[in-house]
Design a protein around this ligand. Structure first.
Ligand code: 3MF
Ligand code: MG
Length: 343
């Protein structure tokens, strides 16, 4: 039994299209995905605004609420909760140059419109978290934007969201690059600084994704720890990543088991989830996978989390203390290797 609750996004089961090739599997309908997520052992679904309300750009007011209610019903029928809503600001022709930090005023207004609608949808789905993956808030051409203005515009947009809804919490999902070359908010440290400068620091926190930390050249567990220090690590996207390349979203733990162990150890030791936080698994199936096996990366990742929880239970804290006292870190390191490799 796991001490954690788990969440997943509909985008984590996909048709296998990538930058260089078309879809290789049929899209699975949302309803069927939710049912399967539940069967595998997930407790909640993560949403982009247009996952919850498809064609959101064409809809207005009550139509948006109506669609959100339909989505909410599917969740209820399957005994699932909604974890968060994230405005998908990177897909639209109006956000080519970024959302909140676009050089175009009307594009920035569109980005805010979508953010306010995401808050409305979150309320319909009975969740109080908005995630901002700041995908295009940065530059492709460094000289195209002023970096100080960029950070101020992000802060301004967040403040407007905090004013729009007095209960909503904003989680910044940091990533150093891709699709932009250079991001204005690349790490959890940056997210914490924006939180502190906002009009309500208690409602602005972070979401750390393993792969994003690795892309920033940082240790994922320490990024999570930094947010936890301030009581502001409100979600995690566990997955894995093989070095500095495109964002791979590999199954959790398959690349660096020791780093994965230390992420789970940190979450266990700090009782992550005790305020209703979920462990999100932001993993993608390999393109080679057949449709009937296109949920396997999710069940594998869940299994790896649970197996690592068992390893954490076996972790001998007295032995650790002894090694620290003797300053014999070689001994401590070997102990970890044996813990991970032996039954
Ligand atoms: C990109 C991501 C995103 C976010 C999602 C919710 C598509 O690297 O990780 O997944 O997690 O948009 O914020
Ligand atoms: Mg993510």
């Amino acid at each position: 039994m796991s001490m954690f609750k788990f969440s997943v996004g509909p985008w984590n089961v996909h048709s296998g299209a990538d930058t260089f090739g078309p879809p290789v599997r049929d899209e699975i309908p949302f309803k069927d995905k939710v049912k399967k997520f539940r069967e595998i052992g997930f407790d909640a679904v993560q949403f982009h605004d247009d996952d919850a309300v498809p064609d959101i750009n064409e809809l207005r007011g009550t139509q948006i609420y109506k669609r959100a209610k339909e989505t909410s019903k599917i969740l209820e029928e399957n005994g699932m909760k909604a974890e968060f809503v994230a405005p998908r600001l990177w897909m639209d022709y109006r956000t080519i140059d970024g959302g909140y930090t676009s050089n175009s005023i009307s594009d920035r207004e569109f980005a805010l419109w979508r953010s306010f609608r995401s808050i409305d949808i979150a309320n319909e789905l009975k969740c109080d978290k908005i995630v901002l993956w700041l995908a295009r808030e940065g530059t492709l051409c460094y000289e195209s934007k002023d970096p100080i203005t960029g950070v101020k515009l992000i802060l301004e947009a967040i403040n407007k969201m905090l004013e729009y809804d007095k209960k909503i919490k904003i989680l910044i999902e940091t990533k150093p690059n891709e699709p932009v070359d250079v991001s204005f908010c690349p790490t959890i440290g940056h997210a914490m600084a924006i939180s502190a400068a906002s009009i309500d620091p208690n409602r602005v926190g972070g979401l750390l994704e393993t792969a994003h930390a690795i892309l920033a050249g940082l240790d994922p567990a320490n990024e999570i720890a930094f947010g936890l220090t301030f009581g502001k690590m409100w979600s995690v996207h566990l997955n894995d990543q093989n070095g500095l390349k495109f964002d791979q979203d590999k199954s959790f733990g398959v690349q660096n088991l020791r780093a994965a162990f230390n992420q789970i150890r940190l979450l266990v030791e700090n009782n992550f989830g005790s305020n209703g936080e979920y462990i999100g698994l932001d993993v993608k199936a390999m393109r080679t996978q057949k449709i009937e096996n296109s949920f396997q990366h999710l069940s594998n990742s869940l299994r790896i989390v649970k197996m690592l929880e068992e390893k954490v239970k076996k972790f001998d804290y007295n032995f650790q203390k002894e090694c620290i006292k003797e300053r014999d870190y070689e001994k401590l390191e070997m102990y970890i290797m044996e813990l991970l490799m032996k039954d």
